[in-house]
Structures are given as C-alpha cells and as structure tokens.
Design a protein around this ligand. Structure first.
Ligand code: TXA
Ligand code: MG
Length: 333
C-alpha cells in the first residue's frame, strides 16, 4: 500500500527527502495529480515508467518552481518563453522547447525537446522549493487510465506500490491536464488543449496553430484512446439521449446535464453546467461510473465548444476512444 500523507510542511519535507533518495512521489497540482521523480535520476525516472506501465516513447513533463529553474533543463529560451511564463506561470501551461544536454534521455523518452511547467498549487510549489530541482511527472494514473484528481484516485491506481508516497493536497481545482504548447517549431502549436485557451496564448505570442487529435503523432500521450474508463464509453448527443435511455436495457451509467428523465434501471451522474465545475468533476465522475459495473457509460455531449469546453470535448472524445460527432440538447455556456 502507498503512504498517503496530508501535505503539511513535515510531509513535504519527507517527500522531498524521498525524491532525493531516488524514490517516486505523487503530488497534487491544480490540474491533476503527478507521479514525480528527480529529473536527473535515471533509476527514479525508470520507476515512473514502470509503475505507470507507460510506453517508453512517451516523454515526461518537467515540473519547476519558476522560469529560472526551467532554464536549467532548456537548451534554448527565447522571448516567447519569457512572455508566456511571465503571463501564465505558475499555472496550467506546459511549454515544449529544445532540451538541455544535461537532461537524461529518459526524462524526455529520448526526444530532443522537453515539456516544462510550473504548477499552481501550494503543495507542489513547496515540494519543488524544498527539493530544489526539477521533478519529472506524468499524471499519476496507470497508463491509459483516467487521470487522478484526488490522492485517493492515485492510491486506487497503485495499490501495490509500497514505496510510493502520495501527498494529499485535496481535490484538484481545474481537474483536466495542462495546455501543452510546442515552441520548438517555427510556428507554435497546441499539442493538447487545456484550461488556457489558444486565444489567450495568441494574445501573448501571436500566431499559434491548433493541431487536432489526428495530427498529434507529435505528442504520444495524446493518442485518441487515452484517459479512458474500463467500461465501454460512448458520447451521445443531447437530443438523442432520452430516447436512448428508454430503449437501452443497460444498466447504463449516464453523465448528463440536469433535467433529463433517467429510468430507474440506469444510474445518473448529474454534471454541472459551468465548464470550470464540469472539468473539475469529470475524472472523478468517470471513475465513479466505472465502479458501478454498468454495461456501458453514456456521456451527454455538451453543446458549447468555446474556451474550456474545447478541452473538455477533447477529453470526452479520448474517454470514448475516438471522435464522436453530434451536438448537445443543452444550451451554450
Ligand atoms: O497537467 C498536466 O500537464 C499534468 C500534471 C501532473 O502536471 N501532467 C500530465 O502529464 O498530464 P502526462 O505525462 O500525463 O502528459 C504529458 C503530455 C503527454 O501528452 C506527452 O506526450 C506530452 O505532454 N509531452 C511531454 N513531453 C513532450 C515533448 N517533448 N514533446 C511533445 N509532447 C510532449
Ligand atoms: Mg497522463
């Protein structure tokens, strides 16, 4: 069993010491929990890949306390990096830049670039300060599974990891992973949508390409079948949902907006209308849905697509293992 510690100063000291010894530590961020190891310790990095069952070609995000620490792992740091990090760090923005020579291959799965972000969570920042160096961390879930937004989610994914310390900093405020922007190319591109929309990035550095799921061969962790529950999951347009719930023997678990009549043989998990609240609830709801042992999970597709909803659609499509067309019955917002 992993060791779950409330993220007090004392626990952060224990976790930093564990990182120094080359152990793996799970820690809260404002997006999702991370599974961290010392960026410069190859054996520790290998443990992260082994624990997660992560494919060896999927690079990790280096978490840093600030831009100064980021420069230690970056080979090139231009004005766009300065502007973006001044505007959005600490926060849910990951930048991809050329990697410094000192960074071990394993920290970037051999890639010449490195993804870096400074997380906006007091426990994560305290851990990074106490440790005094970059911490490479993917989301703290078994590879391919739904990302964890509570310490308990992490414990649930790694019940046998006896050496694992999990710092409990409460539920993640944002609840979906950071926006990843590639600055290693001439024209920057969004590799993964997140809480910081492309428009906000454009306002700071100008032109930014929006790459779709299909064109993301570039960022291995963004393959379509990712962030998925174990139960077969399907996205259904709002206007088709009521009929589907009547006809389907199920039992189904349905993630729907308020106001739909769900027959008693099915289970409804009512989702919030507000995109921020929806994102914060989503992964917990998917894990809950999984535990019901239903034949299928249905998710009502939100009608709105602007801002944070775009990132939510991206995660829903991945949870269902690919693209699914259709508009929702629900109003925009
Ligand atoms: O919000 C987040 O970003 C969370 C928290 C823990 O910080 N982390 C996270 O890490 O989501 P992970 O490993 O689950 O996702 C990292 C994504 C993957 O899609 C990976 O392929 C991509 O970033 N990535 C990492 N390094 C990259 C690189 N050098 N070039 C392109 N994509 C990269
Ligand atoms: Mg992940």
């Amino acid at each position: 069993m992993p060791r779950l510690l409330t993220a007090t100063d004392k626990a952060i000291g224990i976790a930093a010491a564990a990182l120094r010894r080359g152990n793996v530590v799970a820690f809260p961020t404002e997006t999702v929990y991370g599974l961290g190891a010392d960026t410069f310790n190859i054996a520790a990095l290998q443990q992260v890949y082994d624990l997660k069952g992560r494919p060896a070609d999927n690079p990790l995000i280096a978490h840093v306390s600030d831009a100064a620490q980021a420069r230690r792992v970056a080979a090139a740091w231009d004005e766009r990096c300065d502007r973006l990090t001044r505007r959005f760090w600490p926060g849910p923005l990951t930048i991809v830049v050329q990697r410094a020579e000192a960074v071990p291959d394993l920290a970037t799965a051999g890639w010449p670039t490195i993804a870096i972000r400074s997380p906006d969570h007091p426990a994560a920042l305290a851990l990074l300060a106490e440790f005094g160096g970059p911490v490479s961390a993917p989301s703290a879930n078994r590879s391919g599974h739904v990302s964890p937004t509570t310490a308990q989610h992490v414990a649930d994914d790694f019940p046998d990891a006896g050496d694992l310390i999990i710092l409990d900093g409460g539920p993640c405020a944002i609840g979906i992973e950071s926006t990843v922007v590639d600055l290693s190319a001439q024209t920057p591109g969004i590799l993964r949508p997140g809480a910081i929309p492309a428009d906000a990035i454009r306002r700071v550095i100008g032109e930014v390409a929006l790459s779709s799921v299909a064109t993301q061969a570039h960022s291995p962790g963004t393959s379509p079948a990712h962030y998925a529950p174990h139960t077969a999951t399907e996205i259904v347009a709002g206007e088709a949902l009521a009929d589907r719930l009547q006809r389907d023997a199920g039992p189904l678990v349905v993630l729907c907006f308020p106001g739909i009549d769900v027959p008693g043989r099915h289970t409804a998990i009512v989702m919030p209308d507000d995109p921020g609240a929806y994102a914060a609830r989503l992964y917990g709801a998917l894990r809950e849905a999984d535990r019901r042992g239903a034949a299928r999970i249905l998710i009502e597709r939100p009608a709105a697509r602007a801002g944070l909803w775009l990132a939510i659609h991206d995660r829903l499509d991945r949870a269902a293992g690919g693209q699914c067309p259709g508009v929702g019955r629900h109003g925009s917002g």
